[in-house]
Design a protein around this ligand. Structure first.
Ligand SMILES: Cc1cc2nc3c(=O)[nH]c(=O)nc-3n(C[C@H](O)[C@H](O)[C@H](O)COP(=O)(O)OP(=O)(O)OC[C@H]3O[C@@H](n4cnc5c(N)ncnc54)[C@H](O)[C@@H]3O)c2cc1C
Length: 386
């Protein structure tokens, strides 16, 4: 196995009750588990539906990400893991020629292109070293609300039902506090009846591949198209990721003939296609990811909160998803502090999330609004309408 993974626990090893249960082992859930155990001697269980070590999307992070990693105690490991820096963006967006946006003047340095397997393993190892119980291939199924007796010591606030995705066995765990870090589906909040407001939906058709031969610049490449946008970058470990982000009706042609539609569309792009010509790729894998911009109508309660994409999810044009996930993870420790001292709920986190979503929407409108060449096309009209 390429990276050292934390040991996989069996559900037989799991305690009957935990102070805190984190649902979801993406960057938000792992950061929350770390931040809580760094500050409090509470029992913490993290449950993730997928197996450890899967290949995840979300590799491009702003320079400031390192500040959060320091607070999570993994900055040294992060530098050691040799993720790649990225000098900036080269984009054909809003004009016919290439524009450059370099990080050269950013005091925090360049942005990062993560090796997600290493990154995720580093966070999981840190969580495990701090005493978090990590349970992979385990799906949260449903919740029974308990006594809600205002007693922080109660592990009866929720009874959580799980199933093992491999052997299909089921079991339950009591929880004092639940952190919903289950991604845009927000499975726990939805199980409590909280609604998610979605204000945009796109789809990314993604190709990961190994680079057999060839080189091109280390920049992230972006290109606006009449009914889509295209993204391409090299990754650590001689790999590359390329994707076309579009609306649902354009999905089928990209998927056609075992994704030959995507191959064709990528090589037809004027700017990115010319970069791709310089690479010989092998072992391509293709994936489709829904992209939903949206916010939960309620992100916290007395004994729970939603963080990361579960609380609010962004279009990846913002390249903020991983940063947001880590920062919400750190914030969850503050909420746990209030819960422990039974302080009155401040709603500070809810206010922050509202503000963050408003900022994101304004920023998204600005970025799509920079592209004026196809204002007759619904794809661009829908993303720039006030
Ligand atoms: C195509 C694409 C490209 C992107 N590119 C970037 C990028 O370059 N940079 C960036 O910063 N962001 C990017 N993002 C966004 C980024 O991936 C997310 O914002 C980020 O992963 C959110 O982290 P999270 O921990 O909140 O959620 P997730 O990473 O989605 O993790 C949630 C976890 O919960 C688990 N889960 C779900 N249901 C259950 C259940 N019932 N029981 C147990 N576990 C469950 C899931 O398996 C998952 O592992 C991209 C997103 C997409 C779709």
């Amino acid at each position: 196995m390429k990276h050292q993974h934390s040991a996989v626990r069996q559900h037989d090893d799991v305690r009957p009750d935990y102070d805190v249960v984190v649902l979801g082992g993406g960057p938000a859930g792992l950061a929350a588990a770390i931040a809580i155990r760094q500050q409090y001697q509470l029992s913490v269980l993290l449950v993730e539906r997928q197996a450890q070590g899967i290949n995840r999307v979300g590799e491009n992070c702003p320079p400031e990400t390192v500040l959060l990693l320091k607070r999570l105690g993994v900055a040294k490991a992060f530098y050691r893991d040799a993720h790649q820096t990225c000098p900036g963006y080269a984009s054909v967006w809003g004009r016919d020629d290439v524009g450059y946006n370099d990080f050269i003047v950013n005091p925090m340095g360049p942005s990062w292109r993560l090796d997600r397997q290493r990154f995720d393993a580093t966070l999981a190892n840190r969580a495990q070293a701090l005493g978090v119980d990590l349970l992979w291939t385990t799906r949260f199924e449903h919740v029974e609300s308990g006594h809600h007796n205002n007693d922080r010591n109660s592990s009866n606030n929720f009874r959580l039902h799980f199933s093992n995705t491999r052997d299909k066995t089921t079991f339950t765990v009591g929880a004092g506090f639940v952190i919903d870090a289950s991604g845009f589906q927000a499975i726990f909040a939805k199980a409590l009846g909280v609604e998610k407001h979605i204000d945009d939906q796109l789809f990314a058709t993604v190709r990961f591949a190994e680079v057999e031969h060839g080189k091109h610049s280390q920049q992230i490449h972006l290109e606006a198209l009449p009914q889509a946008w295209c993204y391409h970058t090299l990754l650590p470990d001689q790999r590359a990721v390329s994707m076309i982000v579009t609306e649902k009706p354009q999905l089928e042609p990209l998927r056609a003939n075992d994704y030959q539609g995507l191959e064709q569309a990528l090589s037809n792009t004027r700017f990115i296609g010319s970069r791709l010509e310089k690479l010989q790729l092998k072992n391509a894998s293709y994936h489709i990811f829904p992209i939903r911009s949206g916010q939960l109508s309620q992100v916290e309660g007395q004994h729970w909160m939603a963080i990361g994409d579960a609380a609010l999810s962004f279009d990846p044009i913002a390249a903020q998803g991983v940063y947001k996930a880590l920062s919400h993870g750190l914030m969850s420790a503050e909420k746990i502090g209030q819960w422990l001292t039974q302080e009155k709920q401040s709603q500070q986190y809810s206010t922050y999330i509202d503000h963050q979503y408003q900022q994101y929407r304004a920023n998204r409108q600005h970025v799509y609004g920079l592209e004026q060449r196809w204002m007759g096309e619904g794809f661009w009209q829908r993303r720039t309408a006030k």
